[in-house]
Design a protein around this ligand. Sequence first.
Ligand code: NAD
Length: 443
Amino acid sequence: MPLLTSYDPINRTPLGDVPITEPADMPAVILSAKKAQKSWAALSLAQRQQKVVQAYERLTSVEDQLALLISKEMGKDYRRASYEVGGTVQNADYFTQEIAQALQSESMGRNGEMQYRPLGVVAVISPWNYPLAMANNLLLPALVAGNSVVLKPSEETPLVADLFVKTLNQVLPENVLQITHGDADTGKSLVNADINMVAFTGSLAAGKHIMASAASGLKRLVMELGGNDPLIVMAGADIDEAVQFSVASSFENTGQMCTSTERIYVDERVADEFEQKVVALARRYQAGPWDQKNVNIGPIVNPKQHAKVLSQLEDAQTKGATFLLGKHQYALPYIQPTVVTGITPDMLLEQDETFGPVVAISRFMELSEAVERANASPYGLGAVVFGGAGAKAVAEQMEAGMVAINQGAGGLGPWVGAKQSGFGFHGTAAGHRQFSQVRVISK
Ligand code: NAD
């Protein structure tokens, strides 16, 4: 049986293997998922809720192991990894209740009822940057809704996902939750299999491919895709707060986050002060191995992603940007904190999502110019405005699913992307219902 090896991103040493699910194996996986789904759906919502909560309780015994695996497989520091695990395990009870509440049948006058029925088999395909949370966000609502789930985690972080699923399966009925392993090819064969829905978090390119493949069977979709989030710093902003946010948000998770700040547009009148303070703060960050003291930026997940960030920095260098901190060349696997100003619309740092610890700044004279550039992207995940009284009017012009004023975007309400950052979403009652088929009964 072919194996998928997980590597430590710091030194590329192998951490462990999992069996690859080959296309020929997929029909049997789906057949067993279909069978299991029938009896799972036959349970009441309350019974499923109870089972799911019991299953998540099992995870408390492996919290440390999960956090350590996250750190080892993708290089996030242990404190952040523990936070990710804690959020998944400790909030499961609350979210399970919220999901069950959202799926209660609704009366439609005296003669009708609207029901939220399971869809069948749901494929959950997840990325590596929050390897536990991203899988969980889609898998939990799908399961409670009465679907069986086949998870295909990222090939970068298979060990975390494997332990997660194996632990839940100590309690869940057989084959209600299964895991398949491999790279994009395994993902493709899962999408093409006889399933009912694909819930995907990952890149725009993969999302487009999945959407096209899902069309023939009209498979339901939830797509949580990439972002290129803008931040506008207005002249009336609290500059110190804007600086704190800009650096923290550009560097969080080593910049490998869908809603990290990607492009900063700062008013010329406050730009000198802003840039000086950003550089002073960014200097205090240090990239290195996650288990060393004073390190708060980890490795880039793999050599391909590292090369991609370098090509974006190199492009900015060639086109005339100014490096206020750092440079455009770094050795594997790190990218030290980097601050670049003078970004123009023709640069890759402006056009593409940058998955690295880079603060990318442009100055503007007119607010309208900043808004136009902020919106001139196919992505529309998050957007942030720092400013005084006029900030709300600017925020309302942002083409994004999650917009925030003087703080980070997202976390309130559903996790939702606009434009090519999303198609469907999760979170809150409206999100939980996307894993169900609405059925109307007239009596
Ligand atoms: P990716 O698209 O390369 O891979 C994600 C998953 O999809 C992996 O499991 C991969 O094997 C699989 N895959 C790739 N191509 C496929 C295909 N054609 N068919 C089926 N499966 C396929 O993304 P990544 O590098 O793992 O993650 C980073 C991306 O995820 C970034 O763009 C980031 O912004 C995005 N992301 C979005 C959110 C969100 O909530 N919107 C959250 C986290 C990450």
